[in-house]
Write a protein that binds this ligand. Structure first.
Ligand code: CAO
Length: 416
């Protein structure tokens, strides 16, 4: 099966998570992704949170599958020359260094554009160019706080809370991948590359748009009827933290199931979709609620929504989360069990769909990683293990036209 991005050569000058997540996605779809790493150490995640001594950590292996690794010291003259050659032959350079690092290395956008006008340069930074914080280095949770996610996540009586989902890192990488693909199509029209930049703050804000919606509603009417604070609590002038309330027009909550006392994930998420009210009442054995004016409309239910959730929890008390969902699905009620990472790792459906895959690795043996969440009818991405540090250095240098002697000299000078 041919891969749509075959023939696209990408210099992957990324590290940690935001950039690597982007280039990994493009590698899955066929791009030749050359990960450029500092000789001796490489991407810092190779050695962070190791579970096997001296082997690449899962942090690295799960973000760098399907890539090739080239070690290169881009601060030596010889290293700069190799990078220049690579730039002339590549379609895209992706980087997520701290602000100004690439300029200091001598590879500003202007210089890259001069070396190869067709090159697309793609960057992740914490804040966008010109922002008053654009000199800051940024990690995941910093971005979640700057992007409005933390102030709106968690419970009203607790502090701002970050999400376990990588809204700042991998999410930014996904935005960047869309930007790169758009620039590739644009280049087909103009013949020229361009600079694509995505900030982590902006990417978080893009996912928090419903909270910006809520701020404007709050400004206008002074309350938010789908939040637990309504109608009995107080609203200030900023969007509050809403616990596990549904973010759309459908009330929902995380509800206890059988075994919650000992199993931290014995819960389901239950959504009361307006038109599903009748089936919900039937499922719960409460047919009288269907026509009761205190329950019949969403507006009538809202003042005692937590009493309704308590009734549902009483119904759930003798059912496991799986049994509950099996009953509720027959009534077309939007719900799901709260799944632990262990359950996700072993889920046969996720294995069958290729969302969770087991891949071989030269040092680690096999390990679990994520496969493509995007499914195509004409492409089944095959996930391969991440490269060892510098595994493809000689191969890539030979492709660039270096002779065996020249390659040996580059090794001797520690430029690769
Ligand atoms: N050869 C020689 N030097 C290299 C090199 C190579 N192959 N690769 C990187 N370097 C150098 C850079 O040139 C830079 O040198 P100077 O600072 O002397 O110019 C240095 O390594 C490190 O750059 P850095 O600022 O990116 O690294 P850091 O560990 O201090 O910061 C991070 C890490 C992530 C905070 C920062 O890169 C950043 O803010 N990136 C943008 C936002 C981002 O992507 N954050 C998400 C990370 S995922 O959680």
């Amino acid at each position: 099966m041919s891969k749509p991005l075959e023939g696209i050569k990408i210099i992957d000058f990324t590290h940690v998570q935001a950039g690597p997540a982007c280039t990994q996605l493009l590698a899955w779809f066929g791009a030749d992704v050359i990960k450029v790493e500092r000789p001796g150490s490489g991407d810092v995640t190779r050695s962070q949170l190791r579970d096997i001594p001296d082997a690449d950590a899962l942090y690295f292996t799960m973000l760098n599958s399907n890539k090739r690794s080239l070690t290169l010291d881009t601060k030596t003259q010889e290293g700069k020359e190799v990078l220049e050659k690579l730039v002339r032959e590549s379609d895209v350079l992706v980087e997520n260094f701290g602000p100004g690092a690439l300029d200091r290395m001598g590879f500003s956008w202007e210089r890259l554009n001069e070396l190869n006008p067709k090159l697309i340069m793609a960057s992740v930074k914490g804040f966008s160019d010109g922002h008053h914080y654009d000199d800051l280095k940024v990690y995941e949770n910093v971005a979640q706080c700057a992007g409005g996610a933390a102030s709106t996540t968690g419970f009203w009586d607790g502090p701002p809370t970050v999400s376990a989902a990588a809204l700042g890192d991998s999410n930014t990488g996904m935005h960047l991948a869309i930007g790169i693909l758009t620039a590739i199509i644009g280049r087909g029209q103009t013949g020229r590359g361009q600079k694509v930049a995505v900030s982590m703050q902006d990417s978080v804000i893009n996912l928090c748009r419903v909270k910006l919606r809520d701020q404007q509603r709050l400004d206008r009417v002074g309350y938010l009827e789908e939040y637990p604070q309504y109608p009995h609590g107080e609203f200030s002038d900023v969007v509050p933290r809403g616990g596990n309330a549904g973010g759309g027009g459908q009330p929902g909550w995380v509800l206890k199931c059988k075994g919650w006392e000992t199993d931290p994930n014995a819960y389901i998420y239950f959504t009361i979709q307006g038109h599903a009210w009748e089936p919900i009442c039937r499922a719960l054995g409460k047919p009288e609620w269907i026509s009761d004016p205190n329950y019949a409309t969403a507006q009538a239910r809202q003042p005692h929504i937590f009493d309704i959730f308590a009734t549902i929890e009483a119904w759930l008390a003798d059912k496991t989360k799986y049994e509950a969902v099996d009953i509720l699905r027959k009534f077309d009620i939007p719900c799901a069990p709260v799944l632990s990472m262990k359950e996700i790792a072993n889920d046969p459906s996720l294995r069958a769909s290729g969302t969770i895959v087991e891949v071989p690795h030269k040092e680690r043996g096999s390990y679990l990683t994520v496969g493509s969440p995007i499914k195509f009818s004409g492409l089944k991405p095959e996930i391969t293990g991440s490269p060892l540090l510098g595994e493809h250095t000689d191969e890539i240098l030979a492709e660039l036209g270096y002779s065996k002697d020249q390659i040996a000299n580059l090794h001797t000078s520690r430029s690769v």
